[in-house]
Design a binder for this molecule. Sequence first.
Ligand SMILES: Cc1cc2nc3c(=O)[nH]c(=O)nc-3n(C[C@H](O)[C@H](O)[C@H](O)COP(=O)(O)OP(=O)(O)OC[C@H]3O[C@@H](n4cnc5c(N)ncnc54)[C@H](O)[C@@H]3O)c2cc1C
Ligand code: FES
Length: 274
Amino acid sequence: MSGWHTDANQLRTVSIQKVVTETELVKTLYFRDKHCASAKPGQFIMVWIPGVDEIPLSISSINGSLVSITVKEVGEATRTLNRMREGGLIGVRGPFGTHYKVVGKSALIVGGGVGTAPLMLLTSRLAGEKVKAVVVEGAKTRSELLFVDQLVELQKNNGFKAIFTTDDGSYGTKGLVTDATEKLLSTERFDIIYACGNEAMTTRIFELAEKYGTPLQASLERFMYCAMGICGSCVIGKYRVCRDGPVFNQTQLKEVEDDLGKIKLDPKGEKVKA
Ligand SMILES: Cc1cc2nc3c(=O)[nH]c(=O)nc-3n(C[C@H](O)[C@H](O)[C@H](O)COP(=O)(O)OP(=O)(O)OC[C@H]3O[C@@H](n4cnc5c(N)ncnc54)[C@H](O)[C@@H]3O)c2cc1C
Ligand code: FES
Protein backbone atom coordinates (compact mmCIF):
# COMPACT_ATOMS: atom_id res chain seq x y z
CA MET A 1 0.00 0.00 0.00
CA SER A 2 3.09 2.24 0.09
CA GLY A 3 2.22 4.18 -3.07
CA TRP A 4 -1.34 5.10 -2.03
CA HIS A 5 -0.69 8.46 -0.35
CA THR A 6 2.16 9.73 -2.50
CA ASP A 7 1.76 13.04 -4.36
CA ALA A 8 2.26 11.25 -7.66
CA ASN A 9 -0.77 9.05 -6.98
CA GLN A 10 -3.13 11.99 -6.45
CA LEU A 11 -5.28 12.65 -9.50
CA ARG A 12 -4.22 15.90 -11.22
CA THR A 13 -6.26 17.66 -13.88
CA VAL A 14 -4.15 18.69 -16.86
CA SER A 15 -4.98 20.52 -20.06
CA ILE A 16 -4.02 19.10 -23.44
CA GLN A 17 -1.49 21.46 -25.05
CA LYS A 18 -1.12 19.87 -28.47
CA VAL A 19 -2.38 16.84 -30.43
CA VAL A 20 -0.28 15.26 -33.20
CA THR A 21 -1.78 12.71 -35.59
CA GLU A 22 0.73 9.88 -36.05
CA THR A 23 -1.38 7.42 -38.09
CA GLU A 24 -5.08 6.87 -38.77
CA LEU A 25 -5.56 5.31 -35.33
CA VAL A 26 -2.68 6.74 -33.30
CA LYS A 27 -2.31 10.22 -31.82
CA THR A 28 0.23 11.83 -29.52
CA LEU A 29 -1.20 14.15 -26.86
CA TYR A 30 0.98 16.65 -25.00
CA PHE A 31 0.33 18.12 -21.53
CA ARG A 32 2.31 19.63 -18.66
CA ASP A 33 2.75 17.84 -15.32
CA LYS A 34 5.81 17.86 -13.06
CA HIS A 35 5.29 14.33 -11.71
CA CYS A 36 4.83 12.81 -15.17
CA ALA A 37 7.88 14.78 -16.32
CA SER A 38 9.94 12.86 -13.74
CA ALA A 39 9.03 9.49 -15.31
CA LYS A 40 11.75 7.12 -16.40
CA PRO A 41 11.55 5.27 -19.75
CA GLY A 42 9.03 2.42 -19.57
CA GLN A 43 7.00 3.82 -16.67
CA PHE A 44 3.29 4.39 -17.19
CA ILE A 45 0.58 6.71 -15.92
CA MET A 46 -3.15 6.25 -15.33
CA VAL A 47 -5.16 8.63 -17.53
CA TRP A 48 -8.70 9.51 -16.50
CA ILE A 49 -10.94 10.33 -19.44
CA PRO A 50 -13.89 12.17 -17.84
CA GLY A 51 -17.10 10.18 -17.90
CA VAL A 52 -15.48 7.21 -19.65
CA ASP A 53 -12.67 5.31 -17.89
CA GLU A 54 -9.19 5.44 -16.42
CA ILE A 55 -6.57 3.59 -18.48
CA PRO A 56 -2.82 2.86 -18.31
CA LEU A 57 -0.62 4.60 -20.91
CA SER A 58 3.14 4.92 -21.26
CA ILE A 59 5.02 8.20 -21.45
CA SER A 60 6.43 8.62 -24.96
CA SER A 61 8.41 11.85 -24.55
CA ILE A 62 9.46 14.40 -21.92
CA ASN A 63 10.71 17.88 -22.72
CA GLY A 64 11.01 20.01 -19.59
CA SER A 65 7.55 19.79 -18.01
CA LEU A 66 5.92 18.95 -21.36
CA VAL A 67 5.03 15.28 -21.49
CA SER A 68 3.41 13.14 -24.18
CA ILE A 69 1.36 9.99 -24.37
CA THR A 70 0.89 8.14 -27.67
CA VAL A 71 -2.50 6.49 -27.91
CA LYS A 72 -3.82 3.82 -30.26
CA GLU A 73 -7.60 3.74 -30.64
CA VAL A 74 -8.79 0.24 -29.67
CA GLY A 75 -12.00 0.92 -27.70
CA GLU A 76 -14.13 3.57 -26.03
CA ALA A 77 -11.54 5.19 -23.75
CA THR A 78 -8.80 5.45 -26.36
CA ARG A 79 -11.29 6.63 -29.01
CA THR A 80 -12.59 9.41 -26.72
CA LEU A 81 -9.04 10.43 -25.78
CA ASN A 82 -7.95 10.62 -29.41
CA ARG A 83 -10.91 12.86 -30.25
CA MET A 84 -9.92 15.40 -27.61
CA ARG A 85 -8.49 18.70 -28.78
CA GLU A 86 -6.11 21.36 -27.43
CA GLY A 87 -7.54 22.71 -24.18
CA GLY A 88 -9.39 19.47 -23.35
CA LEU A 89 -9.06 18.28 -19.74
CA ILE A 90 -7.90 14.85 -18.56
CA GLY A 91 -6.84 13.46 -15.17
CA VAL A 92 -3.46 11.86 -14.58
CA ARG A 93 -1.95 9.75 -11.78
CA GLY A 94 1.56 8.40 -11.64
CA PRO A 95 4.17 7.68 -12.95
CA PHE A 96 4.06 4.06 -11.82
CA GLY A 97 6.09 0.90 -12.13
CA THR A 98 9.57 -0.18 -13.11
CA HIS A 99 11.61 1.23 -15.96
CA TYR A 100 14.19 0.26 -18.58
CA LYS A 101 17.71 0.41 -17.17
CA VAL A 102 20.81 1.37 -19.13
CA VAL A 103 23.11 -1.65 -19.51
CA GLY A 104 26.44 -1.55 -21.43
CA LYS A 105 27.12 0.43 -24.58
CA SER A 106 25.26 -1.44 -27.35
CA ALA A 107 21.52 -1.98 -27.36
CA LEU A 108 18.99 -3.65 -29.60
CA ILE A 109 15.56 -2.01 -29.28
CA VAL A 110 12.54 -3.90 -30.61
CA GLY A 111 9.14 -2.22 -30.89
CA GLY A 112 5.88 -3.54 -32.23
CA GLY A 113 3.16 -1.04 -33.14
CA VAL A 114 2.22 1.38 -30.35
CA GLY A 115 4.67 -0.55 -28.12
CA THR A 116 7.28 1.71 -29.74
CA ALA A 117 5.91 4.63 -27.63
CA PRO A 118 7.80 3.98 -24.35
CA LEU A 119 10.87 2.98 -26.36
CA MET A 120 11.03 6.49 -27.87
CA LEU A 121 11.63 7.95 -24.41
CA LEU A 122 14.28 5.26 -23.92
CA THR A 123 16.06 6.18 -27.19
CA SER A 124 16.52 9.77 -26.03
CA ARG A 125 17.96 8.55 -22.69
CA LEU A 126 20.32 6.12 -24.45
CA ALA A 127 21.46 8.83 -26.87
CA GLY A 128 22.28 11.00 -23.81
CA GLU A 129 24.32 8.11 -22.34
CA LYS A 130 26.19 7.59 -25.66
CA VAL A 131 24.83 4.08 -26.02
CA LYS A 132 24.84 2.84 -29.64
CA ALA A 133 21.50 1.32 -30.53
CA VAL A 134 19.84 -0.51 -33.37
CA VAL A 135 16.09 0.13 -33.34
CA VAL A 136 13.86 -2.39 -35.11
CA GLU A 137 10.24 -1.33 -35.50
CA GLY A 138 7.57 -3.53 -37.02
CA ALA A 139 4.01 -2.89 -38.22
CA LYS A 140 1.51 -4.55 -40.51
CA THR A 141 1.88 -1.91 -43.21
CA ARG A 142 3.67 1.38 -43.94
CA SER A 143 0.81 3.62 -42.79
CA GLU A 144 0.92 1.99 -39.32
CA LEU A 145 4.64 2.59 -38.69
CA LEU A 146 5.19 5.16 -35.92
CA PHE A 147 7.88 7.79 -35.35
CA VAL A 148 9.65 7.09 -38.65
CA ASP A 149 10.97 10.67 -38.96
CA GLN A 150 12.24 10.75 -35.36
CA LEU A 151 14.01 7.41 -35.79
CA VAL A 152 15.61 8.49 -39.06
CA GLU A 153 16.73 11.69 -37.27
CA LEU A 154 18.31 9.60 -34.47
CA GLN A 155 20.09 7.61 -37.15
CA LYS A 156 21.54 10.80 -38.67
CA ASN A 157 22.53 12.55 -35.45
CA ASN A 158 23.21 9.89 -32.84
CA GLY A 159 24.72 6.99 -34.74
CA PHE A 160 21.60 4.88 -34.16
CA LYS A 161 20.51 2.45 -36.84
CA ALA A 162 16.80 2.24 -37.64
CA ILE A 163 15.32 -0.83 -39.30
CA PHE A 164 11.67 -0.97 -40.28
CA THR A 165 9.69 -4.12 -41.06
CA THR A 166 6.21 -4.42 -42.50
CA ASP A 167 4.22 -7.63 -42.83
CA ASP A 168 3.17 -6.67 -46.37
CA GLY A 169 6.56 -5.31 -47.50
CA SER A 170 5.15 -1.82 -48.17
CA TYR A 171 8.11 -0.22 -46.32
CA GLY A 172 11.48 -1.50 -45.08
CA THR A 173 12.03 -5.23 -44.85
CA LYS A 174 9.08 -7.50 -45.61
CA GLY A 175 8.30 -9.82 -42.70
CA LEU A 176 7.97 -9.89 -38.95
CA VAL A 177 9.93 -7.68 -36.57
CA THR A 178 10.98 -10.85 -34.72
CA ASP A 179 12.56 -12.32 -37.89
CA ALA A 180 14.61 -9.14 -38.40
CA THR A 181 15.60 -9.34 -34.71
CA GLU A 182 16.82 -12.92 -35.09
CA LYS A 183 18.85 -11.96 -38.16
CA LEU A 184 20.60 -9.23 -36.16
CA LEU A 185 21.20 -11.42 -33.10
CA SER A 186 22.74 -14.15 -35.25
CA THR A 187 25.37 -11.77 -36.66
CA GLU A 188 25.97 -9.08 -33.98
CA ARG A 189 26.51 -8.97 -30.21
CA PHE A 190 24.43 -6.59 -28.11
CA ASP A 191 24.80 -5.87 -24.39
CA ILE A 192 21.02 -5.72 -23.96
CA ILE A 193 17.70 -6.09 -25.80
CA TYR A 194 14.84 -3.72 -24.91
CA ALA A 195 11.37 -4.75 -26.13
CA CYS A 196 7.78 -3.56 -26.08
CA GLY A 197 4.97 -4.88 -28.24
CA ASN A 198 2.16 -7.39 -28.16
CA GLU A 199 2.68 -10.47 -26.05
CA ALA A 200 3.24 -12.82 -29.00
CA MET A 201 6.13 -10.56 -30.06
CA THR A 202 7.52 -10.33 -26.54
CA THR A 203 7.35 -14.10 -26.08
CA ARG A 204 9.34 -14.64 -29.29
CA ILE A 205 11.90 -11.99 -28.29
CA PHE A 206 12.24 -13.74 -24.92
CA GLU A 207 12.95 -17.04 -26.72
CA LEU A 208 15.54 -15.30 -28.94
CA ALA A 209 17.21 -13.66 -25.93
CA GLU A 210 17.53 -17.12 -24.35
CA LYS A 211 18.82 -18.68 -27.59
CA TYR A 212 21.48 -16.01 -28.24
CA GLY A 213 22.40 -15.45 -24.57
CA THR A 214 21.59 -11.72 -24.64
CA PRO A 215 19.96 -10.05 -21.60
CA LEU A 216 16.45 -8.71 -22.14
CA GLN A 217 14.23 -6.07 -20.56
CA ALA A 218 10.64 -6.22 -21.84
CA SER A 219 7.46 -4.35 -20.97
CA LEU A 220 4.26 -6.35 -20.42
CA GLU A 221 0.60 -5.32 -20.52
CA ARG A 222 -2.22 -6.54 -18.31
CA PHE A 223 -5.60 -5.07 -17.33
CA MET A 224 -5.02 -2.43 -14.71
CA TYR A 225 -7.39 -0.76 -12.30
CA CYS A 226 -5.57 0.45 -9.20
CA ALA A 227 -1.98 0.64 -10.60
CA MET A 228 -0.70 0.21 -7.04
CA GLY A 229 -0.44 -3.52 -6.50
CA ILE A 230 -3.74 -3.78 -4.61
CA CYS A 231 -6.53 -5.13 -6.84
CA GLY A 232 -4.68 -8.05 -8.46
CA SER A 233 -6.16 -7.51 -11.94
CA CYS A 234 -2.72 -7.27 -13.55
CA VAL A 235 -1.23 -10.48 -12.16
CA ILE A 236 1.24 -12.62 -14.12
CA GLY A 237 2.66 -15.60 -12.22
CA LYS A 238 3.85 -14.31 -8.85
CA TYR A 239 4.08 -10.70 -10.10
CA ARG A 240 1.72 -7.75 -10.40
CA VAL A 241 2.56 -5.94 -13.61
CA CYS A 242 1.67 -2.47 -12.26
CA ARG A 243 4.00 -2.78 -9.26
CA ASP A 244 6.70 -5.32 -10.20
CA GLY A 245 6.62 -4.29 -13.91
CA PRO A 246 5.66 -3.25 -16.49
CA VAL A 247 9.36 -3.67 -17.38
CA PHE A 248 10.65 -7.12 -16.42
CA ASN A 249 14.13 -8.56 -16.83
CA GLN A 250 14.90 -11.93 -18.35
CA THR A 251 15.10 -13.78 -15.02
CA GLN A 252 11.64 -12.52 -14.08
CA LEU A 253 10.24 -13.36 -17.53
CA LYS A 254 11.60 -16.89 -17.14
CA GLU A 255 9.78 -17.17 -13.83
CA VAL A 256 6.46 -16.36 -15.53
CA GLU A 257 7.18 -18.39 -18.70
CA ASP A 258 4.12 -20.57 -18.10
CA ASP A 259 1.81 -17.54 -18.39
CA LEU A 260 3.79 -15.42 -20.88
CA GLY A 261 1.91 -15.25 -24.18
CA LYS A 262 -0.65 -17.70 -22.82
CA ILE A 263 -2.85 -16.48 -19.96
CA LYS A 264 -4.09 -13.15 -18.58
CA LEU A 265 -7.11 -11.99 -16.58
CA ASP A 266 -9.98 -10.26 -18.38
CA PRO A 267 -11.89 -7.33 -16.77
CA LYS A 268 -14.13 -9.85 -14.92
CA GLY A 269 -11.06 -11.57 -13.45
CA GLU A 270 -11.46 -14.64 -15.65
CA LYS A 271 -8.49 -16.30 -17.33
CA VAL A 272 -8.29 -15.64 -21.08
CA LYS A 273 -5.64 -16.03 -23.80
CA ALA A 274 -2.89 -13.40 -23.41
C1 LIG B 1 1.49 -0.56 -18.62
C2 LIG B 1 0.66 -0.28 -19.84
C3 LIG B 1 1.06 0.69 -20.73
C4 LIG B 1 0.28 0.95 -21.86
N1 LIG B 1 0.73 1.92 -22.72
C5 LIG B 1 -0.01 2.21 -23.81
C6 LIG B 1 0.41 3.26 -24.69
O1 LIG B 1 1.42 3.93 -24.49
N2 LIG B 1 -0.40 3.52 -25.77
C7 LIG B 1 -1.54 2.80 -26.01
O2 LIG B 1 -2.23 3.10 -27.01
N3 LIG B 1 -1.95 1.80 -25.21
C8 LIG B 1 -1.22 1.50 -24.11
N4 LIG B 1 -1.66 0.52 -23.25
C9 LIG B 1 -2.92 -0.20 -23.56
C10 LIG B 1 -4.11 0.66 -23.16
O3 LIG B 1 -4.16 0.78 -21.76
C11 LIG B 1 -5.41 0.01 -23.66
O4 LIG B 1 -5.39 0.00 -25.08
C12 LIG B 1 -6.64 0.78 -23.18
O5 LIG B 1 -6.81 0.57 -21.80
C13 LIG B 1 -7.88 0.34 -23.94
O6 LIG B 1 -9.03 0.99 -23.42
P1 LIG B 1 -10.33 1.20 -24.34
O7 LIG B 1 -11.49 1.58 -23.48
O8 LIG B 1 -10.01 2.11 -25.47
O9 LIG B 1 -10.54 -0.20 -24.98
P2 LIG B 1 -11.41 -1.44 -24.41
O10 LIG B 1 -12.57 -1.61 -25.29
O11 LIG B 1 -11.63 -1.30 -22.94
O12 LIG B 1 -10.40 -2.61 -24.60
C14 LIG B 1 -9.77 -2.92 -25.82
C15 LIG B 1 -8.55 -3.78 -25.44
O13 LIG B 1 -7.62 -2.96 -24.69
C16 LIG B 1 -7.05 -3.69 -23.59
N5 LIG B 1 -7.42 -3.05 -22.28
C17 LIG B 1 -8.62 -2.56 -21.91
N6 LIG B 1 -8.60 -2.01 -20.67
C18 LIG B 1 -7.35 -2.17 -20.22
C19 LIG B 1 -6.70 -1.83 -19.00
N7 LIG B 1 -7.35 -1.22 -17.96
N8 LIG B 1 -5.40 -2.16 -18.85
C20 LIG B 1 -4.74 -2.75 -19.87
N9 LIG B 1 -5.29 -3.08 -21.05
C21 LIG B 1 -6.57 -2.81 -21.23
C22 LIG B 1 -7.60 -5.08 -23.73
O14 LIG B 1 -6.66 -5.86 -24.47
C23 LIG B 1 -8.88 -4.95 -24.52
O15 LIG B 1 -9.18 -6.09 -25.24
C24 LIG B 1 -0.90 0.21 -22.12
C25 LIG B 1 -1.31 -0.78 -21.20
C26 LIG B 1 -0.54 -1.03 -20.10
C27 LIG B 1 -0.96 -2.09 -19.13
S1 FES C 1 -3.65 -2.85 -11.30
FE1 FES C 1 -4.30 -3.38 -9.32
S2 FES C 1 -2.76 -4.77 -8.66
FE2 FES C 1 -2.04 -4.02 -10.58
